[in-house]
Design a protein around this ligand. Structure first.
Ligand code: APR
Ligand code: PHB
Length: 390
């Protein structure tokens, strides 16, 4: 098989890039390890920056997002008994975010790829990247007993944190930066009316909690749990009781509970791999970086990589201009690190760290007090939350 750009991974990063390049007449093949059903069963984040929403529209995938997604102009931070609103719209110069689940967004991208007869090959095994340091790279994979070869001009590694692409960069070139947090998030999806029309990020001595939503009839809640906790340790009633304890009383009283339709625990991690380009390989999304979910940056950082890579490839193929490809790693990383900083800061601000010394707890209290006494601090929070410019 032959193509221009071989994309490893059929998550949001890979599909969005494939769709955008197709619309510019650039051929791609997407290789995905799992079935479409498996990819679409994963419940993940749900807050999109305006820039990401614009990219979805440019990819001709924004129709359902614009119809069903909710525009949010703010969110709340709860601290013990207090509830304070962050006015994103006011403090970001009129911007907002779109609440639309990653699962739905991925479904829209798959449907668009189908509409345009895009080549997305599922259930590929044993993907290997070859000759990346030459100008004729190729990728091989196994389909049953057969080894299939894809010849291409560029390879994009959009295969998530556990993918093969990052591992194809030689060890003496690749640098990895990582922080693992001493807790996880237990998430529950339930067909109940959300407790608040806007998100609530709650700091509490018992641990962080988040009230989020997918629609006005579908709620997504999280609580901070210990890394040793298992999903089985948290039957629905224990989850609801703990969530309620961590919310201000007036909010807890309004909480509508119901059976969970999904429940999972995710560890929290910050991770960046540098460089994001090696030879003819470009990394994008979770393959190159991970953030803790507190600032809703994960999916949005993936989208900003795709924005840079898409424009760089279009400049290469349509104008013979390689400056975007040459500058991709540095440009993408500059924004990635800002998202890392913000996610680390929001995580530190709102979680209970088991080993924190009294001095650190005082600083955390002061950080929150400063935030709500300073317009400049709220501006900074809003600017980062709605997404820094590309
Ligand atoms: N070969 C082919 N595909 C692979 C391989 C492999 N060796 N390894 C992993 N994959 C696939 C996974 O099955 C997955 O569908 O690559 C895809 C990667 O998708 P995601 O993990 O969703 O990563 P990405 O597309 O970068 O999405 C951005 O940001 O913070 C997150 O929740 C957010 O998942 C979202 C991500
Ligand atoms: C979610 O709805 O899943 C969600 C929202 C905001 C976050 C993290 C997760 O910061």
């Amino acid at each position: 098989m032959k193509t221009q750009v071989c994309i490893i991974g059929g998550g949001p990063s890979g599909l969005l890039l494939s769709q955008l390049l197709h619309l510019q007449g650039i051929e791609t093949v997407v290789l995905e390890k799992h079935s479409r059903e498996y990819v679409l069963a994963r419940i993940r984040a749900g807050v999109l920056e305006q820039g990401f929403a614009a990219l979805m529209r440019e990819a001709q995938c924004g129709e359902r997002m614009d119809r069903e997604g909710e525009i949010h102009h703010g969110f709340f931070i709860a601290d013990g008994g207090r509830l304070q609103r962050v006015d994103l719209h006011r403090f970001s110069g009129g911007k907002s975010v779109v609440v639309y689940g990653q699962t739905e967004l991925t479904r829209d991208l798959y449907e668009a790829r189908d509409r345009m007869q895009g080549v997305v090959i599922h259930n590929v095994e044993d993907v290997q990247l070859h000759d990346l340091a030459t100008d004729r790279p190729h990728v091989t994979y196994r389909a049953g007993d057969e080894i299939v070869r894809v010849d291409c001009e560029y390879v994009v590694g959009a295969d998530g944190f556990h993918g093969v692409s990052r591992k194809s960069i030689p060890k003496d070139v690749l640098r990895e930066y990582e922080r693992v947090y001493p807790f996880g998030w237990l998430g529950v999806l339930s067909r109940t009316k959300p407790v608040s029309p806007e998100l609530i990020y709650a700091r509490h001595d018992r641990g962080f909690a988040l009230c989020s939503l997918r629609s006005q009839v579908l709620s997504r809640y999280y609580i901070q749990v210990s890394l040793s906790d298992k999903v089985e340790d948290w039957p629905d009633n224990a989850f609801w009781a703990e969530l309620k304890r961590r919310l201000p009383a007036e909010v807890g009283e309004r909480l509508v509970t119901g059976p969970s339709i999904e429940k999972s625990i995710a560890p929290l991690r910050s991770f960046v791999a540098e460089p994001m380009r090696w030879g003819r390989l470009f990394l994008a999304g979770d393959a190159a970086h991970i953030v803790p979910p507190t600032g809703a940056r994960g999916l949005n950082s993936a989208a900003s990589d795709i924005h840079y890579l898409y424009h760089a490839m279009v400049a290469h193929y349509q104008k013979g201009d390689d400056s975007g490809l040459d500058g991709y790693s540095a440009r993408a990383l500059a924004r990635v690190w800002k998202a890392q900083r913000f996610s680390w800061w929001m995580t530190t601000l709102l979680h209970t760290f088991p080993d924190a010394i009294a001095y650190e707890r005082k600083l955390q209290e002061t950080d929150l007090a400063y935030l709500f006494s300073s317009e400049a601090a709220q501006r900074s929070l809003a600017e980062n939350y709605v997404g820094l410019p590309f």
